[in-house]
Structures are given as C-alpha cells and as structure tokens.
Design a protein around this ligand. Structure first.
Ligand code: HEC
Ligand code: HEC
Ligand code: HEC
Ligand code: HEC
Ligand code: HEC
Ligand code: HEC
Ligand code: HEC
Ligand code: HEC
Ligand code: HEC
Ligand code: HEC
Ligand code: HEC
Ligand code: HEC
Ligand code: HEC
Ligand code: HEC
Length: 347
C-alpha cells in the first residue's frame, strides 16, 4: 500500500468495500465479493468482457494476477512491468528464438497487443497488415503494381514470426523452405541447379512482397542477370541476336535444368533450334584445305574432348561464343579471318 500510485478506493480508506473485516465465503483474503466480480463493482464489465478475443485471466476474473489492488509502482498498478509481467505466464524462451523483433526486445508487448480484450484475434491492437504498418512503411510492401498473393491478403505472419526467429528477417523458417511451403518444389528441381537457387537465395532475384515488373523480380532480364554476371561478356563488338534481345531464356533455364551450363537442352541441340542449316550442311570443315579431298563432313563435336578446355566436350560453343565476340562469326578466339581459328587447337 506504500507504492508510488495508490488505487483510489484503497487510498480513500474503503477497505471494507472490498474486504469483509470479519469473515468471507470468497477467499482467505476476506474479500467481500467473489474475485470474478469484485473489480466489476466499479469497473465496466461489458468493456472488459466483449470482443473477438478475451485474455484468459480476464475470463477467470483473475485481475490481481496483473494488478495490485492497493497500490503500484506504475499508474496502472501493475505487479511488474512488461514484458516480465507477461512472462510470468508465457514462456519467455518462446519469444527469444535467436534474433528479436525490436519492439519485443524493448519489452513493448503492448505496442501490438491489448492486455484485456480486443476486437481482433490474438488480442491484437489492430489487424494485420495495418498493425505492421504502424511502424513499417506500407509503400515498401503492398503498393507495388504486382503484390505477392499472401502479402496482398495481409497475413504477414504466415512468413514472419512477429516476436523472434532463428532465421534472418524474422522468417518463420529458411527462405527456401518457406517458399516451398506454397510452391511445388518438384517443379523447380532439375539436376543442374543455378548457384543462388541452390543455396536458397530466392530473394536475390525475387522481392518476397511486391514488384513493379512481373514475377516479383527485382529487375527485368537481362539486367537482373548482370547483377551477378559480368555484363562484359554480353556486350562485345558483335552481340548474338537472342542475347541482344535479352532473351537469355531461349537457351537457359532459370532455376534449374537437366543439362549442364543451366542450358535447357544439350549445347548443340540448343543451337540446332535456330541454326538447323549448319547441321544439315557440312560446317565449316569442307571449305578448308585439309578436307578438300575427303568426304564432306562436319567438324567433330561432342565425340571429342575440347583441348582448350580440358574436361569438356567439343561443341558449337567450342568455336563460337554464344553471347558476343569482338571477332567475326562470334568466334571465341581472336581471328582476322576464319582460318586463324584453327591454330588454337591444331598445330
Ligand atoms: C479494490 C478492492 C480492495 C480494497 C479497496 C482493499 N483491498 Fe485489500 N485486497 C484486495 C484483494 C483483491 C486482495 C487479494 C490480493 C491477492 O489475491 O493477491 C487483497 C489482499 C489484502 C491483504 C492480504 C495481503 C495481501 O496483500 O495479499 C490485506 C492485509 C489487505 N488486502 C488489506 C487491505 C486494507 C488494510 C485495505 C484498506 C486500506 C484494503 N486491503 C483495501 C482488494 C482490496
Ligand atoms: C470501489 C470501487 C472500485 C473497485 C471495487 C475497484 N476499483 Fe479500480 N479504480 C476505482 C477508481 C475510482 C479508480 C480511478 C479511476 C480513474 O482515475 O479514472 C480506479 C482505478 C483503477 C486502475 C487504474 C489505476 C489508476 O489509478 O488510475 C486499475 C488498474 C484498477 N482500478 C484496477 C482495479 C482492480 C484490479 C480491481 C479489483 C481488484 C479494482 N480496480 C476494483 C474504483 C474501484
Ligand atoms: C494479463 C494482465 C492483466 C490482467 C489479468 C488485467 N489487467 Fe488491467 N491492465 C493490464 C495492463 C498491462 C494495463 C495497462 C494497459 C496500457 O498501458 O495500455 C492495464 C490497465 C488497466 C486499467 C487502467 C487502464 C484502462 O484500461 O482503463 C484498468 C482499470 C484495469 N486494467 C482493470 C482491470 C480489471 C478490472 C481486470 C480484471 C477484470 C484487469 N485489469 C486484468 C494488465 C492486466
Ligand atoms: C496470469 C497469467 C497470464 C499473464 C500474466 C499474461 N497472460 Fe496472456 N494468456 C494467458 C493464458 C492462460 C492464455 C490462454 C492460453 C494460451 O494461449 O497460452 C493467454 C493468451 C494470450 C494471448 C493469445 C490470445 C488468444 O486470443 O489466443 C496473447 C496474445 C497473450 N496472452 C498476450 C499476453 C501479454 C501481451 C501479456 C502481458 C501484458 C500476457 N499475455 C500476460 C495467461 C496470461
Ligand atoms: C510487432 C507486434 C507484436 C509484438 C511487439 C508482440 N506480439 Fe505477440 N503476437 C503478434 C502477432 C501478429 C501474433 C499472431 C501470430 C500469428 O498470427 O500466428 C501474436 C501472438 C501472440 C501470442 C499467441 C500466439 C503465440 O504465438 O503464442 C502470445 C501469447 C503473444 N503474442 C504474446 C506476446 C508477448 C508476451 C509479447 C511481448 C514480449 C508480444 N506478444 C509482443 C504480434 C506482436
Ligand atoms: C511498434 C513498432 C513495430 C511494429 C508494430 C512492427 N514492427 Fe517490425 N520492426 C520494428 C523495428 C523498430 C524494427 C527494426 C528496424 C527495422 O528494421 O526497420 C523492425 C524490424 C522488422 C523486421 C526485420 C527484422 C530483421 O531481422 O532485420 C521484420 C521482418 C519486421 N519488423 C516485420 C514486422 C511485421 C510482420 C509486423 C506486423 C506483424 C511488424 N514488423 C510490426 C518495429 C515494429
Ligand atoms: C511470402 C512470405 C512473406 C510475406 C507474406 C511477408 N514477407 Fe516480409 N519478408 C519476406 C522475406 C523472404 C524477407 C527477406 C527479404 C530479403 O532477404 O531481402 C522479408 C523481409 C521483410 C522485412 C525486412 C526487410 C525489409 O523489407 O525492410 C520487413 C520489415 C518485412 N518483411 C515486413 C513484412 C510485412 C509488413 C508483411 C505484411 C504486409 C510481410 N513482410 C509479408 C517474406 C514475406
Ligand atoms: C503462403 C503461401 C506462399 C508462400 C509462403 C510463398 N508464396 Fe509465392 N505465391 C503464392 C501464391 C498464392 C501465388 C499466386 C499463384 C498464382 O498466381 O498462380 C504466388 C506467386 C508467386 C510468384 C509469381 C508472381 C507473379 O506475379 O506471377 C513468385 C515469383 C513467387 N510467388 C515467389 C515466391 C517466393 C520467392 C517465395 C519465398 C520467399 C514465396 N513465393 C512464398 C503463395 C506463396
Ligand atoms: C537468378 C534469379 C532467380 C532466383 C535465384 C530465383 N528465381 Fe524464381 N524466377 C526467376 C525469374 C527470372 C522468373 C520469371 C520466369 C518467367 O518470366 O517465366 C522466376 C519465376 C519464379 C516463379 C513463378 C513461376 C511461374 O511460372 O509463374 C516462382 C514461384 C519462383 N520463381 C520461385 C522461386 C523460388 C522459390 C526461388 C528460391 C528457391 C527462386 N524462385 C529463385 C529468377 C530467379
Ligand atoms: C544473385 C546472383 C545471380 C543472379 C542474379 C544470376 N546468377 Fe547466374 N549464377 C550465379 C552463380 C553464383 C552461379 C554459379 C557460378 C559458378 O558455379 O561458377 C551462376 C551460374 C550461372 C550459369 C552457369 C551454370 C553452370 O552450371 O555453369 C548460367 C548459365 C547463369 N548463371 C545464367 C543466369 C541468368 C540467365 C541469369 C538472369 C536470369 C542469372 N544467371 C542471374 C549467380 C547469379
Ligand atoms: C543462344 C543461346 C544462349 C543465349 C541466348 C544465352 N546463353 Fe548463356 N550460355 C549459352 C551456352 C551454350 C553456354 C555454355 C558455354 C560453354 O561453356 O560452352 C552459356 C553459358 C552461360 C554462362 C556461364 C558462364 C559463361 O559465360 O560461359 C552464363 C553466366 C550465361 N550463359 C548467362 C547468360 C545470360 C545472362 C544470357 C542473357 C543475357 C545468356 N546467357 C544468353 C548459350 C546462351
Ligand atoms: C533462339 C534462336 C537462336 C539460337 C538458339 C542460337 N542462335 Fe545463333 N543466331 C540467331 C540469330 C537470329 C542470328 C542472326 C542471324 C543473321 O543475322 O542472319 C544468329 C547468328 C549466329 C552466328 C553468326 C554471327 C555473325 O556475326 O555472323 C553464329 C556464329 C551463331 N549464331 C552461333 C550460334 C551458336 C553456336 C548457337 C548455340 C550455342 C546459337 N547460335 C544458337 C539465333 C539463334
Ligand atoms: C571447329 C570450329 C567450329 C565449330 C565447332 C562450329 N563452327 Fe560455326 N563457324 C566456324 C567457322 C570457321 C565459321 C566461318 C565459316 C566461313 O565464313 O567460312 C563458322 C560460321 C558459322 C555461322 C555463320 C555462317 C553460317 O553458316 O551461317 C554460324 C551460324 C555457325 N557457324 C553456327 C555453328 C553451329 C550451330 C555450330 C554447331 C553445330 C558450329 N557453328 C560449330 C567454326 C566452327
Ligand atoms: C576449340 C578447338 C578446335 C578448334 C578451334 C578447331 N578444331 Fe578441329 N578438331 C578439334 C578436335 C578436338 C578434333 C578431334 C581430335 C583431333 O583430330 O585432333 C578436331 C578435328 C578436326 C579435323 C579432323 C576431323 C576428322 O573427322 O578427323 C579437322 C579436319 C579439323 N578439326 C579442322 C579444323 C579446322 C579447319 C579448324 C578451323 C576452322 C578447326 N578444326 C578448329 C578441335 C578444334
């Protein structure tokens, strides 16, 4: 009764309003009313008992689990300040799983929850996503042209743990596992996986919340690719037509493929899609002196090893750079005329 703030009736000496000085049917503390009714003699029961969610101790009428009926150190006569008050019933370690959300770290449970009742579920002070937007700028999450479905539906906590998390950005689990909760993992899993995809860095390319362009991408292709791949190799003097058109997907997959080099099909088959002629007609060997007398045939491809790149097979891209080149015919190596090319492998 000696703490900083006194409860009005206790200070006014109305001990007998709450206590029966002689005996009580209600508790060992000689209370004049049942504990579930005592406080409602003066405080509005309706306001504390109606809402989408009512805190369990309120339903039980256990006001003194949180309040001192006589006096308190704070103006609300609380037995302890938050979050310790809350941790007297809720297990603290569930709120300290690794990295803490700043308002939780600051003990501000009441920034998001009401202590007694709420119009919203989980005693939320307001509904998501508005709750989150009291501190985070809405324009970063739901005002883009293309908003990710679960974000648009406002359930931020399907992906984020609002209190704390072992993962970065308070994600409920690792990014990859999170995405595959809703997206079919099998559809993405080819034998050959793209570096950042393999290690689950989905957000290197996708914004989990929104984007101006399609598919939640941070940027359009090919600019997106040049964030990690040196653009030099794609901008030399002569640029291969599909590359100049930014159509990396004509040849490459995105997440994974069954062929190496993240190619949709084997290198040579890939070139064949657009350059069938070079397969039907001997190329380029027939034009060259050595082969004059022999049977007209193509240069050997996947049947032999590429001496310039040990461990890989010869292919169309053994002589041509599929992206761009400073020399004629998209040659991989410096040449003034086609025949200069041969010396890189034949002496
Ligand atoms: C608003 C109602 C209310 C008023 C007014 C009130 N009390 Fe209490 N008092 C309670 C309740 C409720 C408890 C039981 C608290 C608990 O269960 O922890 C209690 C407990 C007590 C106890 C038991 C020890 C304790 O703290 O648990 C004493 C002694 C006591 N009150 C004395 C007084 C005196 C003396 C006054 C007047 C100066 C007074 N009370 C005024 C509600 C009241
Ligand atoms: C006899 C009437 C009465 C009873 C019974 C009563 N209160 Fe109060 N209570 C008041 C009054 C009057 C105020 C001051 C209201 C104000 O300032 O607006 C108050 C204020 C409070 C406050 C706010 C602190 C403050 O000083 O403004 C809390 C918390 C509180 N009461 C809790 C309780 C609890 C818990 C019980 C039951 C154990 C209870 N009261 C029972 C009359 C009562
Ligand atoms: C789980 C803990 C908890 C319980 C149980 C609880 N309160 Fe509170 N109460 C609080 C907290 C925390 C505040 C301060 C709210 C704030 O700062 O926004 C508060 C504030 C109050 C206030 C003053 C501000 C207001 O909302 O008018 C009153 C009066 C009050 N409580 C009455 C009660 C009564 C009556 C009961 C029982 C029916 C009760 N409380 C049960 C935690 C609790
Ligand atoms: C006297 C014990 C007690 C205290 C103190 C307490 N709670 Fe609770 N709380 C419960 C119980 C019991 C439940 C219901 C069972 C559960 O969900 O664990 C509950 C449930 C909740 C819920 C979920 C409500 C719902 O509708 O599902 C929230 C949110 C909550 N408490 C927040 C708080 C906050 C914030 C504090 C501190 C201001 C706090 N609690 C202090 C006992 C307490
Ligand atoms: C940034 C807002 C925010 C803060 C701060 C916050 N919570 Fe919550 N809390 C939520 C949201 C949102 C949910 C609902 C989670 C869901 O939808 O699964 C929730 C749910 C709960 C629940 C019920 C479900 C569960 O996870 O057990 C309890 C209990 C709870 N919070 C207690 C607390 C306590 C105690 C504190 C302070 C240590 C606190 N909260 C701080 C936003 C917050
Ligand atoms: C009371 C203010 C407040 C509310 C409400 C709030 N946050 Fe925060 N949140 C912060 C602050 C402060 C930070 C740390 C600074 C920053 O990163 O902006 C933060 C950081 C975050 C982070 C980044 C954590 C990290 O590891 O970098 C995420 C994710 C987050 N909040 C999600 C949410 C979600 C989801 C909600 C709604 C359920 C929410 N916040 C509600 C204040 C709040
Ligand atoms: C589909 C899952 C998902 C949903 C739903 C979601 N987020 Fe996120 N959020 C993420 C991921 C993944 C990251 C990490 C991004 C990164 O690594 O750059 C993140 C990061 C954040 C961050 C920290 C980085 C930043 O952008 O400042 C905040 C804050 C945040 N989210 C708030 C929200 C809010 C508010 C909502 C609801 C409107 C929400 N999130 C809904 C997946 C989600
Ligand atoms: C809670 C479920 C859920 C989670 C978790 C989730 N998504 Fe989605 N995502 C959806 C739904 C629903 C759609 C819309 C599907 C449709 O349009 O067919 C979608 C669509 C997309 C799209 C296509 C958008 C467009 O404009 O066509 C991309 C890209 C995407 N999600 C990436 C991600 C990434 C990356 C993650 C992990 C950070 C993730 N998703 C986590 C449910 C989810
Ligand atoms: C290197 C960049 C990159 C990475 C990393 C990446 N994606 Fe994508 N993703 C894309 C591009 C580009 C598209 C759009 C393809 C298109 O336009 O057809 C896309 C499309 C999608 C789509 C939409 C598919 C559809 O048909 O609508 C989903 C879902 C998706 N990605 C999920 C993920 C997930 C989950 C991860 C992480 C495990 C991930 N992505 C990693 C670049 C990436
Ligand atoms: C976030 C960084 C990042 C972005 C963005 C990115 N990549 Fe990659 N990419 C990598 C990494 C890392 C590797 C693996 C490099 C290695 O293994 O040496 C890789 C490898 C590749 C490979 C070679 C695969 C192999 O098995 O040899 C191709 C092809 C490729 N990326 C194409 C693309 C295309 C097309 C885009 C744009 C749609 C793109 N990348 C965007 C990081 C990225
Ligand atoms: C005409 C088909 C084709 C197009 C279009 C294409 N690539 Fe490639 N790319 C290939 C082939 C074939 C390889 C394998 C070359 C080799 O190692 O033999 C390759 C290899 C790569 C590699 C692995 C490293 C390297 O340079 O060898 C990256 C990264 C890459 N491509 C990115 C891109 C990007 C980004 C685009 C779009 C700007 C793109 N590619 C467009 C056919 C293509
Ligand atoms: C999506 C269709 C497409 C694919 C796949 C494709 N190309 Fe091309 N390629 C073209 C087009 C279009 C031109 C320009 C033809 C023209 O200008 O007449 C071209 C031109 C060329 C040229 C001549 C460049 C010059 O400067 O004369 C070479 C060499 C070439 N491609 C090699 C390849 C190789 C090697 C592959 C496989 C790695 C390949 N192409 C895959 C569409 C494709
Ligand atoms: C051994 C090196 C070598 C290999 C392997 C090779 N080329 Fe060539 N390619 C050349 C040379 C040399 C020329 C120039 C021929 C000329 O101008 O006489 C050329 C020219 C071309 C041209 C432009 C002229 C034309 O015929 O349209 C295309 C397109 C082309 N090659 C596609 C391919 C494709 C597709 C493959 C895989 C089937 C391939 N090349 C494999 C060396 C090679
Ligand atoms: C990137 C390496 C490379 C380049 C460049 C290259 N070749 Fe070859 N060539 C090979 C390999 C490997 C073989 C098969 C092994 C061998 O016979 O040495 C081969 C075989 C040949 C054969 C024998 C074919 C047969 O079936 O026996 C001829 C002819 C030939 N090359 C001509 C040329 C001509 C002409 C050029 C220049 C236009 C050229 N090559 C450029 C790697 C290359």
């Amino acid at each position: 009764m000696s703490k900083k703030n006194a409860h009005f009736p206790a200070e006014a000496g109305m001990c007998n309003f709450c206590h029966d000085p002689h005996s009580s049917e209600h508790s060992s503390k000689l209370l004049a009313f049942d504990t579930t009714e005592l406080c409602f003699q003066c405080h509005d029961k309706g306001a504390l008992r109606s809402g989408q969610s009512i805190h369990q101790p309120i339903i039980l009428g256990n006001c003194s689990a949180c309040h001192d009926p006589h006096s308190g150190d704070d103006k609300n006569l609380l037995l302890k300040s938050t979050p310790d008050l809350c941790y007297s019933c809720h297990e603290k370690k569930m709120f300290e799983l690794g990295v803490l959300h700043e308002p939780v770290e600051d003990g501000r449970c009441l920034a998001c929850h009401d202590a007694h009742v709420s119009r919203n579920e989980n005693l939320m002070a307001s509904k998501q996503p508005d709750l989150c937007f009291t501190c985070h700028d809405q324009k970063n999450y739901t005002s883009g042209k293309n908003v990710h479905r679960p974000v648009a539906s406002g359930r931020c906590s399907t992906c984020h743990n609002p209190h704390s998390s072992k993962s970065n950005n308070m994600l409920a689990k690792s990014t990859k596992a999170l995405c595959f909760d809703c997206h079919m993992e099998q559809e993405f899993m080819g034998r050959n996986q793209h570096g950042p995809f393999k290690i689950g860095m989905c957000s290197d390319c996708h914004d989990a919340h929104q984007s101006e362009g399609k598919k939640l991408l941070h940027d359009t292709v090919p600019k997106l690719c040049y964030k990690c791949h040196n653009a030099e190799g794609f901008r030399r003097a002569k640029v291969h037509k599909p590359v100049a058109d930014g159509r990396c997907y004509d040849c490459h997959g995105i997440h994974s493929t069954s062929d190496r080099g993240l190619l949709k099909t084997d290198v040579d088959d890939n070139c064949k899609k657009c350059h069938k002629r070079n397969f039907d007609r001997p190329h380029p060997v027939t034009k060259l002196p050595k082969a004059k007398d022999g049977e007209a045939k193509n240069h050997p491809l996947s049947t032999v090893e590429n001496p310039r790149r040990p461990g890989t097979r010869m292919s169309c891209s053994g002589c041509h750079d599929p992206h761009s080149s400073d020399w004629g015919n998209l040659f991989r190596y410096e040449t003034e005329k086609p025949a200069d090319l041969c010396k890189y492998c034949h002496r």
